[in-house]
Design a protein around this ligand. Structure first.
Ligand code: HMG
Length: 445
């Protein structure tokens, strides 16, 4: 069967940063380590006054097209995944195409455009749509642009405020891809949940603690469903496991559950038996409560073993490097985690070509999806061209009162004027309002 997957990836971070230890924690009267150690986050990205989901998405897509030497005719589909849309009818992909048409000779009139919504998992669903479109033979030799773009803002004072973020990931999906091939096997865990939602409102209503449990439950279901088609998974099968990362502490919780599941009835469980015993089995307990207590105790011991710590350091930790610095990008988050791992491998001696990744995507509301990816030879060229570290380092460091102004500027209920903190340089910018209340964009040289 034809190999289909991601041929190129570009990331665009909002140009401002809120430092959680230096700026956020003192305002909240909190120990900075609650954020840096507990949540595992150092900073959040924010959009400058002239940035929004369209500019960030269009800028990431533009960089990608320039690097790959693509013209509009090469793109048969533009799908945007977002949960920060400002229009209930006209999709963000049309605004993005309008931006790109300002800098290319051709147009995107031939391209099918849409917008996907299912909280954060919409990014992976759009990727799926693009892959399926190619596998169905409908692409006429063209590739698909998939853009995950969000301004993940919470109401000020909400517990989620520390996990905000803003940025976009653009991916180009083709046959014979240069970065990763996607497996056809997938697993789902999906249920009607009200852990995090935005019923016609910009800032989410969140039951934060429950959302953590729902994430873990859906992820567990998705892994079991994936194994029902792909066979049992083993920790040694995967070089990296990028998860949806609202904050690295969430992944820490998911990783130990996944590891425990993967090693059950394997050589690894046997090897660890002398040290921490075998995993508790339900049939050996009188009731669920006793079984669950035993599981919790076992997981506390498992986390402390060298086998787990080494696996976590090699397989999970490299996926979190970027996320720690930028916060939650919702639809882009798992794609940032993949990129982070690939950049880590490209910068070390790891020979990743032909090796497997296991992707764990998640969206509140709620659904998890798990699939495998196979890294392609030459992936280093694709990721080395990305300049995420430079973008992260170049962000303007906001004071608390500047942060409040920026938050207001991006509040859809307010129309707040704000002098930008940075200068646009060869990029699309938000340029005011049109006669039908539409947002307008221009290319700033
Ligand atoms: P909170 O109540 O502010 O924090 O909210 P906490 O008290 O639970 O502390 C967080 C962690 O820091 C804990 O670690 C503390 O122990 C630790 P844990 O026990 O959980 O391992 N801690 C410290 N560690 C070291 N030194 C210290 C210290 N103090 C505390 N001094 C919460 C946390 C996640 C609830 C909040 O940030 C929130 O509501 N976030 C938004 C919701 C969210 O991100 N949920 C994640 C799962 S749902 C999801 O991922 C979907 C999402 O992306 C949306 C979508 O799909 O569209 C959100």
């Amino acid at each position: 069967m034809t190999a289909v997957g991601i041929d190129a990836i570009e990331v665009w971070t909002g140009k401002l940063k809120l430092d959680l230890a230096e700026t956020f924690a003192p305002q909240k009267g909190d120990d900075p380590e609650k954020y840096t150690k507990g949540l595992g986050l150092f900073a959040s990205s924010f959009p400058d006054a002239y940035e929004d989901i369209v500019t960030m998405g269009a800028n990431a897509a533009h960089r990608l097209m320039e690097r790959k030497g693509l013209e509009p005719d090469d793109v048969g589909r533009i799908d945007v995944a977002t949960e920060s849309a400002f229009d209930n009818s006209k999709p963000v992909s049309t605004y993005v195409a309008g931006c790109l048409e300002q800098v290319y000779e051709g147009d995107f009139h031939h391209a099918n455009k849409g917008e996907r919504k299912f909280a954060c998992i919409a990014g992976t669903q759009s990727l799926d749509d693009a892959v399926n479109w190619i596998l169905a033979g409908r692409n006429r030799g063209r590739g698909a642009l998939v853009i995950a773009t969000d301004t993940a803002l919470y109401a000020r004072g909400d517990a989620g405020e520390a996990t905000q973020g803003a940025g976009a990931v653009a991916m180009y999906i083709t046959e014979d891809p240069s970065v990763v091939e996607l497996s056809t096997e997938q697993g789902y865990g999906s249920a009607d949940e009200t852990d995090f939602l935005k019923p016609n409102q910009q800032f989410p209503s969140v039951d934060g603690k429950r959302s953590v449990q729902v994430y873990l439950s859906r992820m567990r279901e998705a892994l079991a469903d994936f194994e029902s088609v792909a066979g049992a998974t083993h920790p040694d099968d995967y070089e990296f496991i990028p998860f949806h990362t609202p904050f690295p502490g969430m992944v820490r919780k998911a990783a130990v559950l996944g590891y425990r599941h993967m090693i059950r009835n394997t050589d690894v469980e046997e090897e660890l038996a002398d040290e921490i015993g075998r995993q508790p089995r339900r049939e050996n307990f009188d009731d669920d409560a006793a079984f669950e207590d035993a599981i919790r105790e076992h997981m506390d011991d498992l986390k402390e073993t060298d086998a787990y710590r080494e696996w976590y350091a090699d397989t999970i930790e490299p996926t979190l490097d970027v996320s720690r610095e930028v916060g939650n990008w919702y639809t882009g988050s798992v794609h940032v985690a993949r990129m982070s791992a690939l950049m880590h491998a490209a910068g070390s001696d790891t020979d990743l070509a032909g090796k497997k990744l296991l992707l764990g995507s998640y969206g509140s509301g709620a659904q998890a999806e798990i699939h495998e990816e196979t890294v392609q030879p030459g992936y280093e060229d694709a990721v080395e061209a990305a300049n995420i570290d430079e973008q992260i380092a170049a962000r303007y460091d906001l004071s608390w009162s500047e942060y409040e102004q920026v938050h207001d500027r991006h509040n859809h209920e307010k129309r707040v004027e704000l002098e930008p903190f940075t200068q646009p340089d060869g990029e699309f910018v938000f340029d005011g309002w049109g006669p039908m209340n539409e947002r307008k964009y221009t290319y700033a040289e």
